[in-house]
Design a protein around this ligand. Structure first.
Ligand SMILES: Cc1cc2nc3c(=O)[nH]c(=O)nc-3n(C[C@H](O)[C@H](O)[C@H](O)COP(=O)(O)O)c2cc1C
Length: 243
């Protein structure tokens, strides 16, 4: 059976994996790992299954969420890793991810680094993947289907991995909160307390609550990082494929 898995607080990774699976022209069962209750489930995959798996790049690494991959167990199960990033870089993400998947019984037979919209800038990765990206995505889909053996793919990256320093920020609750609870329900790391304040220790700054708040009262000022990103990383990066 084919599975499409993703963790995608603001939808970019979900969309990119959807385009790849559509290009493969096969049916995929969807496993959305964005909410903690889904990640808490144990899932075991068979040798004959195939996973197309998408995660966003955070700080050039896997999102550093405790237990992110721990519910997954493979039995020599082939998987295709899609590192989705906001046009800056994916650094050591694919190497770290491949290593972690192998520890859990998977064989990474192909990988891609796909540009998606950056959550901190409306300009980086805008509209990606777009029309111009589709021919190469289709070609990658064809090569995955044609790959008959389970040779592990070589991916770029260095060890020790790029250092991740977790920013101790969390979106503030501003005046006007109507206590609807949407932000608490949707938070991918259960980082919103009962009084709707944020817990900086578990917040990953994914911006889900900021996007979902119906009255716009959750805010996180990302103007400094946005300026830095737009001054340095605007030129279009091309997607990369490894097989
Ligand atoms: C904490 C954090 C760190 C990020 N680090 C990077 C990065 O190192 N390189 C990059 O190109 N994009 C980076 N991004 C952008 C994400 O890879 C991606 O654009 C965004 O989170 C959207 O994914 P989603 O829509 O699937 O949630 C980062 C985003 C967040 C929230």
């Amino acid at each position: 059976m084919n599975y499409r898995l993703f963790f995608s607080p603001t939808g970019g990774t979900k969309r990119a994996t959807g385009l790849l699976c559509e290009a493969m022209g096969q049916d995929f069962a969807v496993i959305d790992l964005t909410l903690p209750k889904e990640r808490a489930k144990s899932r075991e995959f068979a040798t004959g299954d195939l996973l197309v798996f998408g995660l966003p790049v955070y700080g050039g690494r896997l999102p550093q969420i405790p237990g992110l991959l721990d519910g997954l167990k493979g039995n020599g199960t082939p998987c295709v890793l899609c590192a989705c990033y906001g046009n800056r870089n994916y650094d050591d993400m694919l190497l770290e991810w491949k290593t972690e998947m192998e520890k859990r019984g998977f064989v990474c037979v192909a990988a891609a680094a796909l540009v998606i919209p950056h959550v901190y800038s409306e300009r980086l990765g805008k509209g990606r993947p777009d029309e111009a990206d589709l021919p190469a995505i289709r070609e990658f889909a064809r090569r995955i289907k044609d790959k008959k053996d389970k040779t592990p793919v070589r991916v770029p990256g260095n060890f020790p991995y790029k250092k991740w320093e977790k920013p101790l920020l969390t979106p503030a609750k501003e005046e006007g909160c109507i206590k609807c609870g949407l932000c608490r329900q949707a938070c991918p790391t259960a980082a919103i307390n009962e009084d709707f304040t944020g817990d900086a220790a578990s917040c990953i700054q994914c911006m889900k609550c900021v996007r979902i708040c119906p009255v716009g009262c959750r805010r996180l000022d990302m103007s400094a990082i946005r300026k830095y990103l737009e001054e340095n990383y605007l030129p279009r990066r091309e997607n990369e494929f490894f097989i």
